[in-house]
Every structure is written in C-alpha cells, then in structure tokens.
Design a protein around this ligand. Structure first.
Ligand SMILES: Cc1ncc(COP(=O)(O)O)c(C=O)c1O
Length: 494
C-alpha cells in the first residue's frame, strides 16, 4: 500500500458527490471519478467505513454498499485486516456504445499535430549524421534552439540571451524542475483556481502548501485575494498562466499584471509564468509573438504588446515557461525555461536527478519549427477557432441553461452548469462513450463542481456529438440529484 487518505481528506476531495439516488451509488461514483482522474492514486488505502460514514453524515450501511459497488466494478480491493485499497485501472468500456471508435475523448485539451510536422521531421532525419556527431548529453539544450527561443523573447520586448534559456522535455518537466529548485518542504506556493492540474501536483510533490486565488473567465483574477494571499502567506513562488489561462481562457489585463507584480515585489515572491497556451490566439489577426530567425536576415512581424509582464516596472523575479506542446504537437516534448543566468545554473545543478537533457532530434526539429512559427500559429488559430465556434453554437442550442463563456483563445471553455453536478455528469457521459474531466479536477484545493472544462481542440463533428451526449444525459443527472442540495463539504479556498 503506497498511501492513505483520511475520511476528512476523502470528503473534501469528493466535494458535491450526492449527484443521484441511491446515495451509495452516488458515493461509489464519486470515488470512481477520483480514481479515474488520478486524484486517488492506485494503492491508496481508503478510510474505514465507520469513519467515512461519520464524516459524511451517512449510515454505515450506505458506505458498506458503496465499497461493495466499488469492489464489483474493480476499483478497489478489500483485504481482511488491512481495509480497502484502490486498484490500478484499465480503461473500462463505456456501457452504452458499441465500439471504442464511437467514443470521444475530451480529457486532454490537445490539438492534432501541426500538419507540416512530419515533413520537418523528415528533413531533420536527412541530417541525422551531423546530429549524432554531438555528445548527446546536454543539460541546457542546443545553442541553435536556445538562440531561436531567446531571439523570440528579445523581439517581443523581453531582451534575452541564449544563456537565459534552458530547453526541457516539455513544459511539465520545466514546472517540476522550477518547483523542486525553488521550493523547500512546507513553503507556500500561490496558484490559480481553477488551474492546470499537473502543475498543482508538481508543486505539491515538491512539498508546497498551495494558496489558491480564484480566476474566472468573466471577472479575471481576484486581485484582493491575490494581494491578501501574497501579503499574509509570503509564498515562495506564484504559478500563473497570464495569457489564455487553462482552463478559463482568460488573459490578464495590464492592470491585473501590475497589481500582482507589485504585491509579489513586496512579498518577494518569484512569479512563474506558464505561457504554454500563450500563443493560441484565435481572434487576433497577427500571431502574438512571432519567432525571430537568428540565422536569417528576414525580420518577422512582431506584435509585442501582448507579452505578459513585459512592461512591468516592479522589481520581481520572473521565470517564464514555454512549450511547443500545444502549438505544434504534445508528442514533441520540447519546452523551455527563461530566467536569469544564476537561476539557470541552479536548475542545471538540480536537473540530473530527473533527466540528462532533451533529445537532440526533437531539439533540431524544434529549431526548424520556430523559423516557421507565424505559419504554425496561423493554422492553430483557424483550427481552434473552428472548434470553439462549433462547441459554443451547439451548447447555446442544446443546453441554454448553462453559462457559456466567450474566449478569444486557448484550448477550452470553462462552462458553468446550472447545478453543482459536474462529477455526476462526467460519470453519466462516460457510460455514453464521452470522456471528460470534471470541474473539481482543476481545483487547486477543492470546489468547482458547478464547472466543466470542455476542450475545443477536437474536430468540430466530435464536439457536436459530445454536446449531443451531454444534452441527452443532463436532464437525468439533474433529476436524480436529491433536493435540497447536499450539505456543502467543500472547504473554503484561501
Ligand atoms: C498550461 C499548461 N502547462 C503545461 C502543460 C504541459 O505541457 P508539455 O506537454 O509541454 O509538458 C500543459 C499541457 O496541457 C498546459 O496546458
């Protein structure tokens, strides 16, 4: 057994679990969803039935029946004397669709690969002999790639030298490396809620205690909460997605950037800006930041105003994280960190524990891709625009009772349901072959059961079919939820 979750911890993670009757099935579904989302890791010991019943205000028989249902569906195992333990999951076939081909997977918000990628890979393969002439172990990254990335920043108003760049295996490993380098166990880390869940996991596993600041598509960042959190808890770092925040799609205004930077200066908090989604503008006619071509004369058109925190006066340490995962392809696994040279040195000293560099082939591909960046972001803009519009139109038509935000870029709509039943809805949709992540998966601490992330990265036809499924199951999910709503077990986000 790897870890255990207390009854209180499980109650908090479950949030508004009472989405249908009977209660034992709703509870079992809530725990299933935590397993599916990996919020309950395999081999986690569940609380004893009696304790969970007391914390949830249920009879012990209800919890016993829920655990029995979980055993029947292969989600937990109960061993005499050692309680109930979650099991590693295979992907269970949906109940009401005939083949896996009919299933629609919207758990990941990842667009299909940029169509020119295969051609660029073939070009690099032609040059393989010169690639393998290099040593191959390089903690910082290849100079041509670092120079291209640095030139891109410089051209968009953030003067940068190649020494200020480290190439990583995607943004996720950049986040992990920054987290383990900057944080000590017990330090505070400020984070948005909702947020990108794997970043929250990385900060937690580096030992951070998370302090959440709400952000919504309509109102943006809760600046009072951000200022209070920075002043009172003095976080070591704040992890933010200032442009096309995932999942809300919101972009920080200049005023929001200033307020946060000034508060961070006072609390001496490092701002870690994740710009993985920053280039995914849909409505802007020009790419936000075109990449410069350091070894070519041609000057690309640059729209510099949109680089978050570029014009901020405050004396605050900024670490920028970028990636080609959304702009080009998730499977490329090329990301980077931009920060001052002293921190690059600390990161390089920390890195070998986890990996010894980024593959040379992918770096060579990335270098060529950056020279074609304006073309790439223009294609992404069209693709994402089609998805966003198809999804928004279908939702407005089929589920007018939901609040559909309007976004100008990013990868998803953070939809507000007319009842806090996101988890129940996601379970019901799974049985119809539609795979989604429920709102609470994106919570920094807890909550968000009224929200659902709907990525618009899939083809428009799939998105329309997905909305058909949601419209079909939603009335039953709503009806089955007992009224009045269950007591709120979600603890306040501070
Ligand atoms: C905001 C954000 N940061 C980081 C990542 C991880 O990026 P990568 O695939 O480059 O590791 C993602 C991917 O979904 C993301 O949305």
């Amino acid at each position: 057994m790897d870890s255990r979750i207390s009854a209180r911890g499980l109650a908090g993670a479950l949030g508004g679990w009472r989405t249908r009757a009977p209660a034992y099935e709703a509870l079992a579904d809530g725990i299933r969803l935590l397993c599916l989302d990996n919020r309950l890791a395999p081999n986690t010991a569940l609380p004893a039935e009696r304790e969970l019943a007391a914390v949830l205000g249920l009879s012990r028989t209800t919890v016993t029946a829920a655990y029995q249902s979980l055993r029947d569906s292969g989600h937990i195992d109960s061993l005499r004397g050692s309680g109930s333990v979650t099991l590693p999951l295979g992907r269970r076939a949906p109940r009401h669709v005939d083949t896996d081909a009919d299933a629609i997977d919207l758990q990941q918000a990842s667009p299909a690969a940029w169509p020119g990628l295969a051609g660029v890979m073939s070009e690099v393969a032609q040059d393989a002999a010169s690639l393998i002439a290099r040593a191959g172990y390089d903690l910082i990254g290849s100079l041509p790639l670092r120079a291209s990335i640095a030139a891109r920043y410089a051209a968009s108003g953030v003067p940068t030298s190649p020494d200020q760049i480290m190439v990583t295996t995607g943004a996720q490993s950049a986040i992990q490396l920054v987290a383990t380098t900057l944080l000590r166990r017990g330090d505070r880390a400020l984070i948005e809620t909702p947020t990108y869940p794997h970043a929250a996991d990385a900060l937690r596993s580096a030992g951070a205690r998370l302090v959440a600041v709400p952000v919504t598509t309509d109102a943006g960042w809760d600046l009072d909460r951000a200022a209070q959190a920075l002043t009172r808890t003095g976080p070591t770092l704040a992890y933010l997605m200032p442009r096309f925040q995932n999942p809300t799609g919101r972009t920080m205004s200049a005023g929001e950037q200033r307020a946060i930077a000034e508060a961070a200066e006072r609390s001496r908090t490092t701002l870690v800006l994740d710009e993985t989604t920053a280039d995914l503008a849909i409505d802007d006619p020009e790419p936000v930041r075109a990449f410069a071509m350091p070894y070519a004369d041609a000057a690309a058109p640059f729209a510099d105003a949109a680089v978050p925190f570029a014009d901020i006066d405050a004396d605050v340490e900024l670490v920028r994280i970028g990636s080609l995962g959304k702009t080009v392809w998730g499977g490329l696994r090329v990301g980077w960190i931009r920060c001052d040279v002293a921190l690059i040195r600390r990161l390089a000293a920390e890195r070998p524990r986890r990996d010894l560099g980024t593959p040379e082939f992918e770096q060579a591909v990335a270098t060529r891709l950056l020279a074609r960046f304006p073309e790439i972001v223009a294609q992404r803009s069209l693709l994402l625009g089609e998805g966003r519009d198809a999804l928004a139109v279908a939702l407005a038509d089929r589920l007018p009772e939901w609040k559909i935000p309007s976004v100008r870029g990013g990868v998803s709509l953070w939809v507000e349901l007319d009842a806090p039943l996101s988890s129940g809805l996601v379970m019901a949709a799974r049985d119809e072959g539609l795979f989604l992540s429920a709102g609470p998966r994106f919570a920094a601490v807890s909550g968000h059961d009224r929200q659902l992330r709907l990525p618009f990265t899939a083809p428009a036809d799939d998105l329309r079919r997905a909305v058909d499924v949601l419209a079909r199951v939603w009335p039953d999910v709503r009806l089955a939820a007992p009224a009045p709503a269950a007591p709120d077990l979600v603890s306040a986000i501070v």
